[in-house]
Design a protein around this ligand. Sequence first.
Ligand SMILES: [Zn+2]
Ligand SMILES: [Zn+2]
Length: 115
Amino acid sequence: MTDKQKVILSIVAIIVAGGFVASFIFSPSDSEDFPDGGTWYKCTACKEMQNIDSEAKGDFYDANPNMIGRPMGCPKCKKGSLIDGLKCPVKGCFYTQAKQKSDGSPICPICNSDL
Ligand SMILES: [Zn+2]
Ligand SMILES: [Zn+2]
């Protein structure tokens, strides 16, 4: 192997390694789920709290194009519509907007736990 070949080889190795690292850094982590603070919905009719992912949401609007622009229908009771909100990481309460303490830090409006 000549010196020139060695140089070319090392450059190729750097490009390959760099590309691998870049794809590792920039690829969205699909497997990551949101145990808390993801998109939670609560049904207006059955009051069931449910975590809807964007795929399920897409499927719903594909099946019900007349509902586009309106809240998603509840997949459990098929009667109510879903209000989106957040899940309290402390006690699992459903809320649509966090309250704030006097120092500005967010608290759960249901159980008043620090978020
Ligand atoms: Zn429902
Ligand atoms: Zn709470």
